[in-house]
Design a protein around this ligand. Structure first.
Ligand code: DC
Length: 224
């Protein structure tokens, strides 16, 4: 039997990636965190494509796509992102990347650049992909679609603790500001905005634990 393709979309820090990772382990699927791809391109831009005032030079970024080799290495079902053979999995979590990623991700050129590789990875099935436009644009024919949401205060708390656990020191207020800014840019952009697919199951996990959210998703999958 062909393994399923599962799309998990939703707001930042609703636990999409960590939840998808566990579901992947339980169902024997590959897990792809597509936000990492946008973060990888942003990290590259911050290293290589800046104006003197420190802002991102989009023209230079677009003409540098042929110098960006994003590659995932499979570590027990988890895909770890390498950019030009460097493990950037930690570097892409910094505030500097978080502060710039939505601006980079709203560019059509960037989305086009990343679209095909996401689809190719899903072709064989057996994958759970999390992001913002997986159920709507990247994999509209996914076997299962979920849309995760939670209150801004709960999401702030989660992101803050995630950053601390990565050894990244920050202020809760700054984390909240960044989440709100990204919600706005991600939802209002012209190309592939963050929105729920009509056929997605919505899960508000403000008052759910990670395990409860996982069980809710699994019960939907196993019901069918
Ligand atoms: O999931 P994340 O916070 O790591 O995502 C980082 C950014 O990437 C997010 O602000 C929006 C963008 N993104 C996107 O536009 N489309 C996706 N499929 C995944 C992420």
């Amino acid at each position: 039997m062909k393994k399923p393709v599962i799309a998990i979309d939703g707001y930042s820090s609703t636990g999409k990636s960590s939840i998808s990772k566990v579901i992947a382990q339980k169902l024997g699927l590959i897990h792809l965190d597509t936000g990492a791809l946008y973060r990888g391109v942003t990290w590259f831009a911050l290293q290589n494509c800046l104006y003197e005032d420190g802002s991102i030079n989009l023209g230079q970024l677009f003409s540098s796509f042929d110098q960006i080799e994003l590659e995932f290495k499979n570590d027990n079902g988890e895909l770890i992102l390498f950019l030009n053979h460097i493990d950037i999995s930690k570097a892409i979590r910094t505030n500097e990347v978080s502060d710039n990623v939505s601006f980079v991700a709203k560019q059509k050129e960037v989305r086009d650049f990343l679209l095909q590789s996401q689809r190719t990875l899903a072709q064989k099935g057996g994958i759970i992909m999390d992001g913002r436009d997986i159920g709507t644009v990247v994999l509209p024919n996914a076997d299962f679609k979920f849309f995760l949401t939670a209150s801004i205060d709960e999401r702030t708390k989660r992101r803050y603790h995630e950053l601390l656990s990565l050894g990244i020191n920050t202020e809760e207020e700054q984390v909240k500001k960044n989440l709100l800014e990204r919600d706005k840019i991600d939802s209002e952009r012209e190309i592939a905005p963050l929105r729920q697919a009509e056929d997605a199951t919505v899960i508000d996990n403000t008052n759910l634990t990670k395990d409860e959210t996982i069980n809710s998703i699994l019960s939907h999958i196993q019901k069918i």
